[in-house]
Write a protein that binds this ligand. Sequence first.
Ligand SMILES: Cc1cc2nc3c(=O)[nH]c(=O)nc-3n(C[C@H](O)[C@H](O)[C@H](O)COP(=O)(O)OP(=O)(O)OC[C@H]3O[C@@H](n4cnc5c(N)ncnc54)[C@H](O)[C@@H]3O)c2cc1C
Length: 341
Amino acid sequence: MKANTKYARRKFLKQAGIGFAAVIIPIAGNYDLNKNRMKANNKMYDVIIVGGSYSGLAAGMALGRAMKDVLIIDDGKPCNIQTPFSHNFLTNDGNTPKEIAALASLQVRIYNTIKFLEGLVTKATKIENHFEVELISGSTFRTKKLIFATGIKDMLPNIEGIEKCWGISVIHCPYCHGYEVRQEITGILGNGDHAFDFSRLISNWTSDLTLFTNGVSTLTIEQSESLSSHKINIVEKEIQGLNHTNGHIKNIIFKDGSEHHLKALYAPAPFIQHCTLPQDIGCELTSEGYLKVDAFQETTVKGIYACGDNVTKMRIVANAVSMGTTAGMSLSKKMILEEFN
Ligand SMILES: Cc1cc2nc3c(=O)[nH]c(=O)nc-3n(C[C@H](O)[C@H](O)[C@H](O)COP(=O)(O)OP(=O)(O)OC[C@H]3O[C@@H](n4cnc5c(N)ncnc54)[C@H](O)[C@@H]3O)c2cc1C
């Protein structure tokens, strides 16, 4: 059995032309999309996973390997889409987000227990003891259990050029990109307590650091003194925009016409859930805006699990994969025991 599986896998990899070519297949590439859709409408899936990026794929793999019938639906908009290189994920450090996702997708596609569908889920409903999801196309699919691996959306401030630089030179996390811009001329965009804490953290990566509050500082006198004692400047001028080349920041331009040269700008942004499906079906949020889950990744609605960025501030691919695997393992175990009884 083991040998057969190995053989089948090798054959699959060979047929798929894996090697370097494999990693350039886009995550949302569904070559048998219509075939799957025709079949899918008529069946009750064990699990539907909404969101097929890192956490959704990891959940899918754990469930598919437990021989659960899984449908992964994804509309191809992961939050790190614009980042040229992803770091701090063991075995994939420095690869592009697309490469990591494509290889993950390819490995999950080996399991014939898992089907894929490209599309936007617009509605999820609980019907007696199962769930139904509806796509923007109008297609509906039924499932015994549901996983939301839907991620979050960053709400960038209204500053000219910031979107183009997001993930390239305007960054959210030192653990993802700090090493690459260590000891560079660096800025932080923020204000108040959070900006104070963040400035202290980022001082580990560079000694040339300025905090841009984009208006009057709301830091306490003690906080301002603490930063200046560590040679962290505070600039309160209002920002007009960012001058950049292909997302690589050169200067911050202020409303008064002056400029400040920079190589990197940390801009930890507020966020919203990527979609409101979980809240619409009754999943509760924490006070910080994440989906509430227990240690097994089950939300406050029985039978609905969540994993990845939508449940945690520890936002990193390794963690999204870990939580997806936990969700897949614990949900499959629950289903196996339910069926056994
Ligand atoms: C700019 C930036 C740079 C980053 N750099 C790094 C890095 O260097 N290293 C690192 O480890 N981490 C990095 N991260 C963090 C990392 O990208 C996330 O932790 C990870 O992507 C989370 O995976 P996820 O599966 O939870 O969500 P996502 O990757 O965001 O995927 C969510 C998926 O769900 C889909 N979806 C949502 N709603 C629906 C719906 N209704 N219907 C269908 N599909 C839906 C979306 O289209 C998307 O494909 C970065 C993040 C950002 C924003």
